[in-house]
Design a protein around this ligand. Structure first.
Ligand SMILES: [Zn+2]
Ligand SMILES: [Zn+2]
Length: 144
């Protein structure tokens, strides 16, 4: 039965598909060096979900994983190299990249790790120097 708050996502080639249900715990943009170097893009648009809200519906065996640190297990499709999600065990949340969820109404609430930004975005949203406490670390507000 289709659920109103259910959205499908997929990797670049479609070998990996997933489903999210409900509402994310947080949504926004991450400016950290790790996201930048791994994604090869200046900013990462994230949606954070409890693991129970996320189901890999196709191609789970196609997902590869790399963790440079204990905090982030980054997963991508072995076939196309497309990034799919990141597990954050410390936070107990999964970041399903906003770009993975093409039909999800992405509504960013804040910018995190703005202290490491290479692309200033003057959109009036709160700018956290690092990660907000509820997402794992301290919080200092920066201006955009
Ligand atoms: Zn793929
Ligand atoms: Zn990041």
């Amino acid at each position: 039965m289709p659920n109103e708050n259910e959205y499908k996502g997929r990797c670049f080639c479609g070998a990996v598909e997933l489903r999210v249900v409900g509402q994310p715990a947080a949504m926004g943009y991450c400016h950290c060096t790790s996201c930048r170097e791994w994604s090869a893009g200046p900013v990462n648009a994230f949606t954070l979900w409890p693991p129970s809200a996320v189901t890999i519906t196709r191609g789970a065996d196609q997902l590869a994983s790399y963790n440079k640190t204990e905090h982030s297990h980054r997963k991508w499709c072995k076939k196309c190299g497309g990034h799919v999600l990141t597990e954050h065990p410390g936070m107990g949340l999964l970041d399903v990249y906003a770009a993975t969820l093409s039909e999800f109404p992405f509504a960013p609430q804040l910018h995190v790790n703005y202290g490491e930004t290479v692309l200033r975005i003057r959109d009036g949203l709160p700018k956290q120097k690092d990660m907000p406490k509820e997402m794992g670390c301290g919080r200092i507000l920066l201006t955009d």
